[in-house]
Design a protein around this ligand. Structure first.
Ligand code: ADP
Ligand code: MG
Length: 568
């Protein structure tokens, strides 16, 4: 069924259920009145009829309500799914920095609460608030026409007082709810972070410290929830007091009517029933107002995530990048992560088609940053980066990233099998091609030596395989992706020299026709590079091949000397 029809059907069911509910007290009145001075046969026949009707209506009103929820649930659930999906997709659009500083536990809670909030608002706005108002109007009309204006007036005053009290108190309470939510997110973020750092916690014997920290967070949350609970008790008691006063006043009026014989016992019973029936949803009105306030703030929170604009965005109608040669050029690139500290300084260099270029330099000099800019995780502050003459800012990010394969400095794996982690490089690849990639990354010996082979689960963030194995998995999946440009960021740093040599040999073969950037601090691995760029403090200080740089007797020669003596 399409959503529109579902909504209409649900509405019809809603009106039906309310209509049935309105008749119930009236049938009950008929039953009661039949006992007053009726003849013996009336005493049997009429009440039995009304009793049956009464029972049927009671069931009918609940049943229609349930049917309505069942019909409507597809609408709310699919709205939840769509919004959840949109937020998820959006999170992947946001820049690297957002993800480096985000708190995963907190965000997933925010999304959960936000989508639940949407569900709540859709269901209750439409199906509780509106029908309750409708029912209130009907009841007041019935009371007005059946009895006198006092009944309607008392009911109205009571309802208005109730609504005002509920809203005012709920507004006052909102800060307790917000505080409890905030502390809830905080403690769960903290717990997730602590568990992710399991090993670090052990290395420093800080289990007690972690527990204490977590406990502090939990204590604050506990206090907030207690405050929350106390304010809730106040709200509920106040509501009950108003209802109690209202019912008392109406019962007094009805009892007086019976005594003066302007009303029957049946009328008294009916008035009582209308009131109690009216206050059942009204009772929920307080709860609903509260929950809607909360849902609003949850949804607002979630949409806050959606409102964050990615800092790196495609231009409208940006074309896909064309990479026939894969020539890379950096021109006077300046870049900083934060305003205060310049990371790249007027950096210019060119990498010709198919060239293998190494980037070396001290730690923190900006080598990995060059890779991140090439991959367009960030935009340059000034200057430009081009591939085959196209500025990265003018092309589709997706096409750019398709053309570049990165083996990062710190590889993180999915908590899945080795096979799936490799296949991630190209999910549609055939088994044969995946095995080829595994071979080329010198991974085959390893997977054949472990009991579960390629079906081995690597553990959260890949913690169950060694650093070297992780790097080989990362290399295999980039080989599978088979991009035009390869970027290795200290990709073999965790390998022993022998496997490093074998991989480098394999890489040399694979990368013969590809433009390759190799970032490394181990100079022995790049002596055969076509060109070596020496970076210091984000600026290019020397370039040339190994022999030329040694002859220059500058930075590179010094580094080389140092590594020769330390490794020899
Ligand atoms: N996301 C970031 N926000 C702020 N500073 C960063 C960020 N990433 C890296 N840096 C800083 O930028 C400098 C260069 O980093 P990087 O390019 O990773 O160096 P390396 O040459 O060792 O690969 C370092 O000092 C690092 O602390
Ligand atoms: Mg680095």
């Amino acid at each position: 069924m399409i959503h529109k029809i579902r909504v209409i059907v649900a509405m019809a069911l809603l009106v039906g259920a309310k209509g049935v509910a309105i008749i119930i007290p009236w049938t009950f009145k008929q039953v009661v009145d039949a006992f007053e001075g009726g003849s013996p046969e009336q005493l049997l026949v009429i009440p039995v009829g009304f009793v049956l009707l009464y029972g049927g209506l009671r069931f009918g009103s609940v049943f229609l309500g349930e049917l309505r929820d069942a019909v409507f649930s597809r609408v709310t659930e699919s709205a939840m799914r769509k919004v959840g999906l949109e937020v998820f997709a959006h999170l992947h659009q946001l820049e690297l920095d957002f993800h480096l500083s985000r708190q995963t536990g907190g965000i997933s809670r925010d999304i959960d609460r936000g989508t639940n909030g949407i569900n709540f608002m859709m269901r209750f706005m439409v199906f509780n608030i509106l029908p309750t108002i409708l029912e209130l109007i009907l009841v007041m009309l019935i009371l007005l026409f059946a009895f006198n204006v006092w009944f309607s007036a008392v009911t109205l005053v009571c309802v208005v007082a109730y609504v005002i009290f509920s809203i005012k108190t709920t507004e006052w309470r909102t800060r307790f709810v917000k505080e409890a939510n905030r502390l809830d997110s905080k403690s769960s973020t903290r717990a997730v972070d602590s568990l992710l750092n399991y090993e670090t916690v052990k290395y420093f014997n800080n289990e007690a410290f972690e527990a204490e920290h977590y406990n502090d967070n939990l204590k604050a949350w506990e206090q907030a929830r207690v405050d929350n609970r106390l304010s809730l008790a106040l709200l509920n008691s106040g509501q009950a007091l108003i209802i109690g006063l209202g019912v008392t006043a109406l019962m007094y009026l009805a009892a007086k009517g019976v005594a003066e014989e302007t009303m029957t016992i049946g009328d008294l019973v009916m008035v009582n029933m209308y009131l109690l029936q009216l206050f059942i949803p009204l009772n929920a009105l307080g709860f609903i107002y509260r929950e809607i306030r909360r849902a609003l703030s949850d949804v607002e929170n979630m949409f806050g995530l959606l409102k964050r604009k990615p800092t790196v965005q495609d231009l409208d109608n940006a074309p896909n990048i064309q990479v026939p040669n894969a020539e890379i050029e950096f021109t006077e690139v300046n870049f900083s992560y934060q305003d205060k500290r310049q990371i790249l300084n007027q950096l210019s260099f060119k990498v010709a088609a198919g060239e293998k270029v190494a980037i070396v330099g001290p730690s923190g000099s900006g080598k990995s940053t060059i890779g991140r800019l090439l991959f367009r995780f960030y935009d340059v502050d000034s200057g430009s980066i081009t591939i085959d003459g196209q500025d990265l800012r003018n092309v589709q990010q997706l096409s750019l990233r398709q053309a570049i394969g990165v083996v990062p400095q710190d590889t993180v794996l999915f908590n899945d099998t080795i096979w799936n982690n490799v296949a991630y490089g190209c999910p549609e690849a055939s088994d044969e091609i995946i095995w080829q990639a595994i071979d080329r990354a010198s991974l085959r010996n390893f997977v054949e030596s472990i009991p579960d082979g390629v079906e081995t689960i690597v553990g959260e963030r890949g913690l169950k395989v060694s650093g070297g194995e992780k790097q080989r998995i990362a290399i295999a999946r980039v080989l599978l992706k088979n991009p035009e440009i390869l970027l290795f960021d200290e990709a073999t740093s965790a390998l022993d020299s022998e496997s490093e040599r074998s991989i480098l040999k394999a890489l040399a073969k694979i990368s013969t026709n590809k433009t390759t950037l190799v970032i490394t601090h181990r100079l022995s691995t790049i002596v055969d590079a076509d060109r070596i760029l020496v970076i210091d403090n984000g600026a290019l200080v020397e370039q040339g091949n190994h022999q030329e740089l040694l002859a220059q007797n500058g930075h590179y020669a010094r580094l080389w000397q140092m590594q020769q003596t330390s490794s020899g």
